[in-house]
Ligand binder design. Structure first.
Ligand SMILES: Nc1ncnc2c1ncn2[C@@H]1O[C@H](COP(=O)(O)OP(=O)(O)OP(=O)(O)O)[C@@H](O)[C@H]1O
Ligand SMILES: [Mg+2]
Length: 325
């Protein structure tokens, strides 16, 4: 048919996509590796993690304790460097930044919110002074600083706390003032590592609402780590990390039923990495006795995965959590 791309053209398009991996994305992690060495023992916190996040997205990262979530966020925040692979945010190659560029990156391109409320704000400064501090470091004029700080505190519904020090504010108010401070220099990316971890569920919902508002109204891309199902259940894209790699993604979208009632619909996807690796969830592989070696069968519209021989038989070696390489 006229206009249909031929095989050669499809191949060329696929090749072009490969060479421009993540070209338009705000966050591009390409086979990111972080190995910590403590007391002579190596811990592979990130084991070749691939991740693309577009400008303007609000994404949640979930995963078991120790799976590498904070390690990833610390690298994206410019607080830590990868051992291998690359991480790029808004065109900055985070492994290659010099000290001065790293400082500028942390001051202007990203904002960061810690779980511990007390870590986000300077205790001897008021909320207004906290928000103005990063602006001062970016050498912005006093009038601009005062006006912007007032606007940000109002936007995050903590205008009434402008003249209070953190000790005179509730946990939720402190986190909202912390978001205002992180947004002070209008960063492209806001990172939050369990920002609601210390809060009760009502306050957590409030703080999450503030992050949603920052994303929707100020257009900042938000990446947050959370253990809170009440939070991740409301995020359109939830990325799950397992053993230092992205393993599954849940995407939510609105779907109308036959009566026109709109409800949220969630679909879980496995992530196929750039090397063609796929992590099969243990819940699926274990009942079928899939270990070590599986058989693949190409079907016209899907790929079948079969255990190698009768259940439990034929395992060439111990698998590593359902990983297909
Ligand atoms: N500074 C460090 N030195 C040595 N090992 C570390 C260091 N930081 C983290 N690790 C190890 O790296 C792995 C990943 O840690 P990370 O803090 O990224 O996990 P996490 O997913 O954030 O967990 P949690 O949900 O408990 O916060 C863990 O095994 C951890 O023990
Ligand atoms: Mg963590």
């Amino acid at each position: 048919m006229a206009g249909e791309p031929g095989l050669a053209e499809l191949g060329a398009q696929a090749a072009a996509r490969r060479t421009t991996y993540g070209q338009d994305a705000l966050i591009v992690c390409d086979r990111l590796v972080r190995i910590y060495t403590a007391d002579g023992i190596e811990v592979q916190a990130l084991q070749g993690l691939d991740l693309l996040v577009d400008d303007g997205e609000l994404t949640a990262i979930v995963g078991a304790s120790g799976s590498g979530k904070s390690t990833l966020v610390n690298i994206l925040a410019g607080l830590d460097k990868p051992t291998a692979g690359s991480a790029r945010v808004a065109g900055c190659d985070l492994a290659a930044l010099g000290d001065r560029q790293r400082l500028a990156y942390r001051r202007s391109t990203v904002g960061f919110i810690w779980q511990e409320t007390s870590r986000n704000l300077l205790p001897y400064l008021t909320a207004r002074q906290n928000v103005m501090m990063p602006m001062l470091l970016a050498r912005r004029g006093r009038r601009d600083r005062r006006r912007s700080a007032a606007e940000l505190l109002d936007a995050l519904s903590v205008g009434h706390c402008a003249d209070r020090k953190p000790g005179e504010m509730s946990g939720g108010e402190q986190q909202r003032a912390a978001i205002a401070t992180a947004l002070a220099n209008r960063p492209r990316l806001l990172l939050a590592d369990e920002p609601t971890g210390e809060l009760d569920s009502a306050t957590a919902a409030d703080v999450f609402g503030a992050l949603q508002a920052a994303n929707a109204e100020l257009g900042v891309t938000v990446l947050l780590v959370t253990h809170d199902p009440g939070v991740s259940g409301q995020v359109r894209r939830v990325i799950s990390i397992r053993d230092g790699r992205t393993s599954t993604e849940t995407l939510r979208h609105d779907a109308a039923d036959e009566h026109g009632n709109v409800a949220q619909h969630a679909v879980e996807y496995a992530v196929l990495d750039r090397a063609g690796r796929l992590q099969l969830p243990r819940e699926l592989t274990e009942p079928l006795g899939m270990r070590g070696r599986v058989r693949l069968e190409a079907e016209p519209d899907h790929i079948g995965v079969w255990p190698d021989g009768p259940a439990g038989d034929g395992a060439a070696s111990d698998g590593d959590g359902g990983q297909l390489a």
